[in-house]
Write a protein that binds this ligand. Structure first.
Ligand code: NDP
Ligand code: 8X3
Length: 252
């Protein structure tokens, strides 16, 4: 019987790349996100390429009732989740605290912290019932450092860092591994979302150096998950070679 990975935010970027890697490695997948069409297309492609069985659960992770309903209505066989990748997340805006848009703050806090919590509560209970599991949390260099105008996004990723430690403390007794991966700059839809679709501004973020690709992160997550049973990688920070910390880049 194939293992099962549940990937939140699988409709683009790192989540989509994880879907490809985990399908290639023989997992069946539960893919979540708001864009149903993208998820269905991905599910079909993985089914054709790898014979992967895929369950698509289409919901907004900010909506507690929707998260609960969509996950709990999955057939019992799909609740034998081996790996949860808490990936769905975003940044909105890059403004000093006095000028920030409070709607952007709500969006980031509700998605990056509360959505991750709603999902983790449900899936960790399934893992406890199954007697094993591995949760991988998408943190960020923004959860290790704070950079100018990053205020609330950095706060949400510092919260993910704290939750990564807290979950590990609470779940170790159940044989559940908890790991975080904290990337620097990865070229995905991330900056486009941060800058409200301003593609020119988004492109500038990655100019003059080679950023990480979503696949770099997906392969590293698979490395974390495929360690022997007695090994857990608690926390891993991964950067483009040209990036030394949150704000220091060598651009040519
Ligand atoms: P993308 O914008 O490419 O992907 C984000 C994913 O999150 C999409 O699949 C999106 O799906 C999903 N998502 C966002 N909001 C919601 C919501 N309300 N409900 C459900 N799903 C949602 O960005 P990345 O792949 O780069 O980001 C993935 C994770 O990696 C995030 O947590 C991000 O903070 C983190 N990260 C990214 C870095 C980068 O430089 N790119 C660096 C460090 C960390 P949909 O829109 O269909 O709902
Ligand atoms: C994404 C990386 O540096 O834009 O989490 O915060 S950064």
């Amino acid at each position: 019987m194939n293992k099962i990975a549940l990937i939140t935010g699988a409709s683009s970027g790192i989540g989509e790349a994880c879907a490809h890697v985990f399908a290639r490695e023989g997992f069946n997948l539960i893919l979540t996100g708001r864009r149903a069409e993208k998820l269905e297309k991905l599910a079909n492609a993985l089914n054709i390429q790898y014979n992967t069985e895929v369950a698509v659960a289409n919901f907004d992770i900010r909506n507690k009732a929707s998260v609960t309903q969509n996950l709990e209505q999955l057939p019992e066989a799909w609740k034998k989740v081996d790996v949860l990748i808490n990936n769905a997340g975003l940044s909105k805006g890059l403004d000093p605290i006095n000028a920030g848009d409070t709607n952007d703050w709500d969006l980031m806090i509700d998605t990056n912290i509360k959505g991750l919590l709603y999902t983790s509560k449900i899936v960790s209970n399934w893992m406890i019932a199954n007697g094993h599991g591995h949760i991988v949390n998408l943190g960020s260099i923004a959860g290790k450092e704070v950079y100018p105008n990053g205020n609330v996004y950095c706060a949400t990723k510092h919260a993910v860092d704290a939750l990564n430690k807290g979950m590990r403390l609470d779940l170790v007794q159940h044989g559940i591994k908890v790991s975080a991966i904290n990337p620097g700059a990865v070229e995905t839809e991330f900056s486009n979302v941060r800058f409200n679709g301003d593609a020119e501004r988004a492109k500038k973020v990655y100019e003059g150096f080679t950023p990480l690709a979503a696949m770099d992160i997906a392969e590293t997550i698979y490395f974390i998950v495929s360690r022997p049973a007695h090994v857990n990688i608690n926390d891993l920070t991964i950067m483009p070679t040209a990036q030394a910390n949150a704000v220091t880049f060598v651009r040519k």
